[in-house]
Design a protein around this ligand. Structure first.
Ligand SMILES: [Zn+2]
Length: 315
């Protein structure tokens, strides 16, 4: 998950039609007595909303950064669930935010819907990309997917009506438009066994979000609820990690070869060295492109790039 600036204002028709829908919802929920039936919200699914979210998030899921736009329909997801709250019986959901632009995120089906996911337990030996029958035997099916989940910190205060301030809630889930996921999540890199797990980051001294184990409670909860270490996702990130490692080794080898060739007294060989050096630079440019924010799993790729640059300095 990477930080994303919500770079576009709410689509005009969402503002207009969403306001009318909210008036109907207020009638529905705040009538005396309140209507016990559910309310069918529709406006958050407007095409203009889907198109804007696709542009802002580059066709990727807000939570796991899988590029879904070419293969599956976009789920417009409510960060604060609109119809119920899994952690609190009787809560009717944040219905007043059903068409609130800041509450809408694009999500892949796996992050959004509740289902059991094969989830490796975090040992590198379990995750061999093409060996998933033996390699994952120690994995477990874990229920994940956000759906109506919206846990808050123990000292947060749950909003139950539209007059309650949501700023008092202290959510335990990362919102890529409001949080900096880098402060709560970290990636595990092991060059001998390239595998991509995302882990809760160390976070000390934060009265709301530091867990007893010194890790970010918000990071840990997000990994669990969004299922950020589900098997297929770990495999997809690992595939990218291996490509990055391959390209990095190639670039380093080309640069070393270029340096050797350029030191040769034969001008032909020196020129060949310059060409090899240019190949090395093109490989480095491609590496940088693979880490760009519009690419899948860019948070992991950028973390890897920082690690790689540190490694380069020690060569
Ligand atoms: Zn996702």
């Amino acid at each position: 998950m990477r930080r994303v600036a919500r770079s576009e204002a709410a689509p005009e028709d969402l503002e207009e039609k969403g306001a009318k829908e909210l008036e109907q919802a207020i009638q529905h929920f705040e009538n005396n007595p309140p209507n016990p039936d559910s309310f069918s919200f529709q406006r958050y699914k407007l095409k203009s909303v889907k198109d804007a979210l696709e542009r802002i998030f580059h066709g990727k899921c807000a939570y796991c950064e899988t590029f879904y736009a070419s293969s599956q329909p976009l789920d417009v997801e409510h960060f604060r669930p609109k119809g119920a709250v899994a952690e609190e019986n009787g809560h009717r959901g944040y219905w007043w935010l059903a068409a609130d632009w800041d509450n809408l995120l694009p999500s892949c089906i796996d992050c959004n819907r509740k289902r059991n996911q094969i989830t490796p337990k975090g040992e590198t030996s379990q995750v061999r990309l093409l060996d998933n029958t033996a390699g994952f035997s120690a994995a477990a099916a874990v229920g994940s997917g956000k759906k109506d989940s919206f846990p808050i910190a123990p000292n947060g205060t749950r909003a139950r009506s539209r007059t309650d301030p949501i700023s008092a809630e202290k959510p335990l889930l990362l919102n890529p438009c409001e949080d900096n996921p880098e402060e709560h999540l970290t990636y595990f890199f092991d060059r001998d066994h390239p595998v991509s797990f995302v882990l809760a980051k160390e976070l000390a001294g934060d009265p709301d979000y530091s867990g007893d184990d010194g890790l970010s409670l918000k990071g840990a909860t997000s990994v669990h609820i969004y299922g950020l270490n589900r098997l297929r996702l770990v495999q997809a990130r690992t595939q990218l990690l291996r490509r990055l490692e391959f390209m990095a080794d190639l670039a380093i080898d080309l640069k070393h070869l270029a340096e050797t060739l350029r030191q040769n007294v034969d001008p032909e060989i020196t020129r060949a060295g310059q060409k090899v050096d240019a190949f090395g630079n093109r490989t480095l440019a491609e590496l940088a492109r693979m880490c760009a924010e519009d690419q899948p799993y860019s948070a992991m790729a950028q973390a890897w790039m920082r690690d790689f640059q540190t490694r380069l300095q020690t060569l």
